[in-house]
Design a protein around this ligand. Sequence first.
Ligand SMILES: [Zn+2]
Length: 135
Amino acid sequence: MRKKLSEHFALSEFIAESERELFKSHNLYPLWEARLRVLAHELEVIRTHIGGPIIVTSGWRSPVRNKAVGGSRTSGHMTGWAADFQRPGWDARRLFDLVKSLGKRGLVTYDQLIGYPAHVHLSVDARSRMEAWTV
Ligand SMILES: [Zn+2]
């Protein structure tokens, strides 16, 4: 069954297929899922403002996978607090600018927003520092 985190986002979209068993069998599963739900809520707001679908390219990652894809050692991807995403048909800079503007207007809350060449990274942990930069 497709477990929903929010109206338009399913849990499976945030976990690579090869890691789903690992995710579900871990004792932190309920905590990670709750965090991904917070993340999905922010993505829903973004989705509403861009008027179309968002593709999550990477959500939760095991430490092994995080290392393999070159993620930071303290990456929010390992705690369920972060996701990378794209808007089909938009370049990532346009998406970054939009999310940043939603943050300035108080519509989206994040800890860190990072604009990469091909995707936007959003983390939502409780610090909510509203830091935004491009690389
Ligand atoms: Zn990321």
